[in-house]
Design a protein around this ligand. Structure first.
Ligand SMILES: C[S@@+](CC[C@H](N)C(=O)[O-])C[C@H]1O[C@@H](n2cnc3c(N)ncnc32)[C@H](O)[C@@H]1O
Ligand SMILES: [Zn+2]
Length: 462
């Protein structure tokens, strides 16, 4: 089948379920609250937080690596002017609300970030904070059968793996894939050539999609296998068998003269992302790349008849993606020229985050703030000031179960509406909870829900 036939498959013409269709019961059905082939432009955090829970089948993404240098595209290329910050400062880049969210809602994750900050640098800590809040949002938007592939290089992959363990759970770690490539450059005198990246694959739960893949295995010396019937396949290299694919992948980089090349400094080969999309999604599934670059993930998804959505902060991304996809539309995989199907006309582009439509879903809180509420003006209160204010107002009482504690250390400062759902840091959105209540609330999301649970379970007077 020609891959472009996908343009005529039914799901490609449907506006992906916008999540507003009502069930017979009158409940709101969740699902994607954006259209297939959408490119969002801006910082991915706001967009990720605005996407419905459990609406995506696969995330394959390649964030900036914290290499401590800036990348620039070749000036005359399609991606001219592309540049993104790849250097991080704890003071300038880490937003206070990221720390609050991580510290309040995911204390173990904060420990991981802090230990990397100590072991490596403030810059690494800042990069991991940036990633941590985004990975939390990515986990929320993944379906329970979904997977995430996080592309890293050896500078940060070991810290990112610990962050992923804290966010997705070490039990959901599936593979560390080594992508090995050949590339030019002088031979290093003081170390071995650095020619691989690392891709961390985590699933959301143990019930994940996996289409097992095969690769060729050649006999030594590439001679035919000795026993008749063992190696049934032959290609220009020699006789081989097909075996289950291993976790190290030899795939060429996008070379200087490659037709794929757009001049974008960190462009990844299509073959690499096609392999990921094939293995961890099915036709019609939704693939997200929140650090889309020149949309390698989207092109792979498009070729394999998946739906896609991409996010990038770089202002040329839209143009580059359209040009790339239209170029794609003219070339068949076998190199012949096909009819141009102008599906690129269907790309949706938006600078505005979508509105959440997944009320009532367990993965999302019901106390939703549709519009971003601005923090009130005035001096920022420290955590201590907010704590003392709340004790002054309510006594040293847990607002979840009404128990009072003589020792204020038993009470923890939490958000009422979680940060991830637009809750502000201000004291008006802060509550004091004992630690069992704080733990229970992270699954329940609302104070009223927590109080109902406590009553039902007999943990507080009715
Ligand atoms: C390593 S590149 C991705 C390259 C991509 N895999 C490709 O093949 O073209 C990382 C991308 O993340 C984008 N980016 C960095 N910070 C971002 C943010 N906060 N929100 C959205 N995109 C961001 C950059 O603009 C850059 O395009
Ligand atoms: Zn309590």
């Amino acid at each position: 089948m020609k891959w472009m036939d996908g343009a005529r498959l039914p799901w490609n013409n449907l506006i992906a379920d916008n999540g507003k269709s009502k069930q017979a019961s009158g409940g709101v059905v969740s699902g994607p609250n954006w259209k297939n082939r959408t490119l969002f432009h801006g910082d991915n955090l706001g967009f990720l937080r605005a996407m419905n829970s459990e609406s995506v089948d696969l995330i394959a993404t390649d964030p900036p690596f914290n290499k401590g240098r800036d990348f620039h595209a070749t000036p005359d290329s399609l991606a001219a002017g592309a540049k993104f910050q790849d250097r991080w400062s704890w003071e300038k880049d880490v937003h206070e609300d990221w720390i609050d969210q991580i510290r309040d809602d995911h204390p173990k994750l904060m420990e991981v970030v802090e230990s990397a900050r100590l072991a490596h640098s403030d810059g690494m800590g800042a990069f991991l904070c940036f990633m941590a809040v985004r990975l939390l949002a990515m986990r929320r938007v993944l379906k329970s059968t979904g997977s995430i592939y996080l592309h890293c290089d050896p500078t940060a992959s070991h810290y990112l793996k610990a962050v992923m363990d804290a966010v997705f759970g070490w039990r959901n770690f599936r593979n560390e894939i080594i992508w090995c490539y050949k590339s030019g450059g002088a031979s290093p005198k003081r170390h071995f050539g650095k020619k691989h990246d690392i891709i961390l694959w985590y699933s959301k739960t143990k019930d994940y999609v996996f289409n097992s893949q095969q690769e060729k295995s050649y006999n030594r010396g590439l001679k035919p296998y000795r026993f008749k019937g063992v190696a049934e396949h032959q290609d220009e290299i020699g006789w081989h068998t097909l075996v289950g694919m291993k976790d190290y992948w030899q795939i060429d980089m996008v070379g200087r003269t490659s037709g794929e090349r757009l001049g974008y400094p960190t462009q990844k080969p299509l073959a690499l992302y096609e392999r990921i999309v094939k293995a961890s999604s099915n036709e019609g599934d939704i693939v997200l790349d929140p650090f889309a670059g020149c949309a390698t993930t989207s092109v792979a998804a498009e070729r394999l008849n998946r739906q896609w959505v991409g996010i990038d902060i770089w202002d040329k991304a839209h143009e580059t993606v359209i040009r790339r996809l239209s170029k794609e539309g003219l070339a068949m995989p076998d190199g012949s020229i096909g009819e141009a199907i102008p599906f690129f006309g269907d790309i949706h582009y938006s600078k505005e985050p979508p509105e959440r439509t997944d009320d009532g879903e367990t993965a999302a809180p019901f106390l939703r703030v549709r519009e971003r509420v601005k923090e009130p003006e005035g001096p920022k209160w420290s955590r201590r000031e907010m704590y003392e204010h709340l004790v002054e107002q309510n006594g040293s009482r847990c607002m979840g179960c009404d128990r009072t504690f003589d020792d204020p250390r038993y009470l923890e400062l939490d958000h009422n509406v979680p940060r991830a759902d637009g809750g502000i840091n201000h004291v008006t959105n802060r509550i004091l909870l004992c630690s069992p209540c704080n733990r229970a609330k992270s699954n329940i999301y609302t104070l009223s829900g927590l109080r109902r649970l406590n009553k039902r379970e007999g943990w507080m007077a009715k």
